[in-house]
Design a protein around this ligand. Sequence first.
Ligand code: NAP
Length: 338
Amino acid sequence: MPVTTREWQLAARPHGEPTPDDFRLVETERPDPGDGQVVVRMLVMSVDPYMRGRMNAGKSYAPRWELDEPMRGGAVGRVVVSRSPAVPEGALVLADAAWRDVAVLDAAHVRVLPELPGIPPSYHLGVLGMPGLTAWTGLFRLAEFRAGDTVFVSGAAGAVGSLVGQFSRLNGAAAVIGSAGTPEKVRWLTEELGFSAAFDYHDGPVADLLAAAAPEGIDVFFDNVGGEHLEAAIGAFKEHGRAALCGAISAYNAVEPPPGPRNMFLVVGKRLSLRGFIVSDHGDLQGEFVEKVSGFLQSGELVVRETVREGLENAVPAFLDLLRGANTGKMVVRLGDS
Ligand code: NAP
């Protein structure tokens, strides 16, 4: 008797903002696992801004999703059948998997996760996973953060941004300033995460809001948003300022290339360094990152928040809402109990 599973497929490539019609939830037959394969019941899956680029026909840094094929991304699940000696039944695993509730995967392509007390599986998609490593890499390797720096982070209430601000504070920043899209997020940054100042970027020109929050200028900018935020940061930099360019979500749905910062020449006069990066090039930092961040979690110094949606059928709404800013902290979709 065939076993069925549900999966999300890409139905159309969007022009501008994606809509529910660009996706399709279908039932498919689950194949039996072959030698060297495992069957994984998914517990939680990730929706991430970079997936917007995977919907396009053109080149992005992650492989594009193909039409009428399942969409893929990070997910954590439990092995329910194993035909590999390397991955035991019952193991908690991280995989790049199709958006499915049950998946048959090559054991060589899953990573067995440690079962740590007090660490829910979803943390491996957020604070201890790709977004956490992104925050760590951009701040310490690319922006060369040092104690005493004044740091500005855009998209500060999101998965990456909320960690950048806290890593800065925990490592001796003189001040940490964040921008976000709602008054509630701004309050969360200053009242719960320990940011020195924060503003809602809808409240006026970002350059003015940043100048008011950091009157003496900034040393480090961690950019998740691009556009007006980048121009404002270039204006606010002190000499020898350093930016880690992580993302530009303000332009992900743009149908025409957005204009660049009008003040680029300040990069020369201020001797600025603006460095783009992709986290997957920096896997060598994984060990140091997990050790330090696990320590912060155990000591209770790091505040972690997630926005959790329930059920595979809500994966696409969660992704569309993420792009519109419905999340505080990491957006994840819960597919089952451990
Ligand atoms: P996230 O910040 O948790 O979620 C996305 C957030 O973007 C939303 O909550 C929304 O918050 C904000 N946003 C949406 N449209 C915006 C706009 N027009 N202007 C300003 N903000 C807007 O997502 P994340 O996973 O932490 O990713 C943050 C950034 O890092 C993204 O740009 C992503 O592509 C990038 N990233 C890069 C790498 C890399 O290797 N370089 C790896 C991971 C992530 P508001 O309510 O504040 O608007």
